[in-house]
Design a protein around this ligand. Sequence first.
Ligand SMILES: [Zn+2]
Ligand SMILES: [Zn+2]
Length: 368
Amino acid sequence: MINIKNIGIVSSKFKEAEPSDARLMKKEISYVKVKEEFAEGLYKIEKSEFIDIVFHFHQSENYEMKTHTYSGDYKGVFATRSPKRPSAIGVTTVKLLERKGNTLKVTGLDAIDGTPVLDIKTGDTYLLQQNLEDINNERLKNDPRKDIMALILAKDTERLLLKAGQLHGHYCPGLAMGVMAATHAMNELKVNDSDGLEDLLAITETNNCLSDGVQFVTGCTFGNNALIFKDLGKTAFTLTKRDGKGIRIASRADAKEYMHKEKQAFTEEYARLVGEQDHSKERKENYKLNGIQAALHTLKLDFDKIFKVERIDVEIPEYAPSHESIICTKCSEPIMATRIVEKNKKPFCLECVGEAFGKLDGQGVHNN
Ligand SMILES: [Zn+2]
Ligand SMILES: [Zn+2]
């Protein structure tokens, strides 16, 4: 004996089962009204961001064991979300927006007005997240930059910035500029998935924040030898394929002034909005754009007012050779063969014999 109770009802702007599209329905707000006698069961439900609504497809009269899906597939009913099923039960994970008494305001529900609700459960988002992560990890094993490439092609600089922040460690307008310039260059050079990374070279002219945006988006880094540093102190970078046809993007002479002006206006507007919600004078006066706000704001600025873009021919260096390593006579550490110094016919590292070597630090490139 199966004892299923009708614990509530759905209220939705969708009144008919046909031809309602589940995807359209999910975008709208619906209400689940729980019967008074079961209202106590909602205690603390507002702590859940996602809940599962189990409901009855009350207008679904018969079922088919095989059915056509929205995507045009033909499958067994248990391999689909079709409403025409033997038990006519639907389960949908929805976002809980608000609870008012025994009424739940939700989005994501694909049940029509008047649908009887059978059960409500807290959504197992932990499992969902695990699953998504597993799927994503599988994708990354095949192509570590797949997600990044997709964002570049979609010119989604906002998401790219958020990810680039993971490399850079903070959000700032400089990082945003690097993301903008690199995304532009990648699209202009029509870099796509099939191009191997080794076919790309980035030449950066600064060792500040911009370069991290460039490294993250282009995938040309210090570690994979696809990054060249010209110690010129210019907010500029060049992207080129190995054919030497490159694109150089540099900040305009009046970019700083333009960005400053825009930031002032944005700050004032933002402060006004914050001020309307928070009337404490102190907070209003101390209000400054924080890193992420300033960075996101930068992305929305006029690209052509910040940067100038030119096509240039680039001299392409040889591929980085791989060398055997040799053990230093003094410190016994392995050294790349090209960095060996011979003394009394014995190999030493530059440091052990006190010879000069190139060094890049906050001061730029110099000999140690
Ligand atoms: Zn920075
Ligand atoms: Zn040594």
